[in-house]
Design a protein around this ligand. Structure first.
Ligand code: ADP
Ligand code: MG
Length: 368
């Protein structure tokens, strides 16, 4: 089931009677979520992710715009009638009920033509439990489960009604690091098996990048960029997106374009910028974009080397860097003398981006 968001906007009135300042939580969100895909909705806390999800689920009313599931306009439909499964960060299972009863609960409220027999409810419950691999635990109480197992019960409970759309709001944030990794793979598997269109909200870029077919990056209620994770990483539209994606993060410098070349501080030209007018710019270089090169144009002061197996992280400083340290990832086979004072780099042309100093929008040189 595709989900169409048409100019979806949510404005919250001011909570403070004295000030009239309203909050534009979601501003003109316009996007069609393709059928059967896992979409990662990504951005810092407060950027409007949950509000977007609640509007899709029907828990929040839109201020303006429309939402369609397939061709059905669901904008004014109540949450019960939308056929969505919702999983929250605080998965809040009923403590006095067993796992089986927790999963079955949503089915017991079905009425009319949707009403199920006891047998049908049980078989749907077992099926959902199998899907999330907790069918061995059906008779336990939530307190007898690990955090990861509890979250699976919550997912099973969302799946048992066979939703048209699955909405997950930061479902992994209460889990420890190892479980987070494992559970996100599980979510990916379940989504592939069920092919339910799924929207996965997270503030964790790595989480979103690793499991999403498509990521949507938001900032202050406004969608910044939509695309396949690798495409957005390789081709960010602005400095915010460039900085938000990637670990270690992109290295940012102040510099300039002059005569169609890019300069960092007083460096030699580090890249071409054909057709770009002379101006001050921000320059972003991905950690993997540095090549140790005795004749390279960018000279930095060596601060340390961390060997991480296959790769090394060469940590340097430069007066034009906006971050205290520059982190470059290079092949461990390439030896940098830890006693050397300076390291010179050349820069891979596809790993360096330039941005307008005022708007922070990407500036794209002409391709040669
Ligand atoms: P996220 O999930 O990305 O952290 P939210 O969607 O929860 O962000 O919030 C987006 C913005 O809307 C924030 O500025 C938040 O304070 C505001 N907001 C959210 N819910 C309400 C509400 N019920 N009343 C007023 N403001 C709200
Ligand atoms: Mg939220």
């Amino acid at each position: 089931m595709k989900v169409v968001l048409q100019n979806v906007t949510k404005i919250f009135p001011s909570r403070n009677k004295k000030s009239k300042e309203e909050v534009v939580a979601v501003n003109n969100f316009d996007f069609t979520i393709p059928d059967g895909k896992l979409v990662g909705l990504l951005g810092p806390s407060g950027c409007g992710k949950s509000t977007t999800l609640y509007m899709i689920s029907g828990l929040q009313k839109l201020t303006s715009g429309k939402i369609f599931f397939g061709d059905d306009d669901v904008t004014d439909l109540s949450p019960e009638n939308r056929g969505v499964g919702l999983v929250f960060q605080n998965y809040a299972l009923y403590p006095h009920m067993t796992v089986k009863q927790n999963i079955m609960f949503p089915l017991q409220n079905l009425t009319g033509k949707d009403k199920l027999t006891k047998e049908e409810m049980l078989s749907r419950t077992v099926e959902a439990a199998k899907l999330v691999q907790i069918d061995e635990l059906l008779d336990r109480k939530p307190s007898e489960l690990s955090g990861g197992q509890q979250q699976r019960v919550a997912i099973a409970r969302a799946l048992v009604k066979m939703p048209r759309i699955l909405l997950l709001d930061e479902p992994l944030s209460n889990l420890d690091a190892r479980l987070r990794l494992q559970t996100r793979e599980e979510i990916r598997r379940i989504q592939r098996e069920t092919k339910i269109t799924t929207i996965f909200v997270t503030h964790d870029q790595e989480e979103a990048m690793s499991i999403s077919d498509v990521i949507v990056v938001m900032k202050l209620g406004v969608v910044q960029q939509i695309g396949a994770p690798q495409d957005v990483y390789d081709d960010p539209v602005n400095l915010f997106v460039a900085k938000f994606l990637g670990t270690p993060p992109i290295n940012v410098f102040s510099g300039k374009v002059s005569g169609g070349k890019v300069y960092i501080g007083d460096s030699e030209a580090v890249a071409d910028a054909k057709g770009v007018p002379d101006q001050e710019v921000f320059i972003g270089i991905r950690p993997e974009g540095f090549i140790v090169d005795a004749a390279g144009p960018l000279t930095c002061t060596l601060s340390g080397i961390e060997v991480m197996g296959r790769d090394s992280s060469v940590i340097t400083t430069n007066a034009a860097s906006l971050n205290p340290f520059i982190r470059s990832i290079i092949d461990s086979d390439i030896k940098v003398d830890p006693k050397s004072e300076k390291v010179r780099f050349s820069i891979k042309p596809n790993k360096i981006f330039i941005f307008n100093k005022e708007t922070e929008e990407r500036i794209r040189p002409e391709v040669k």
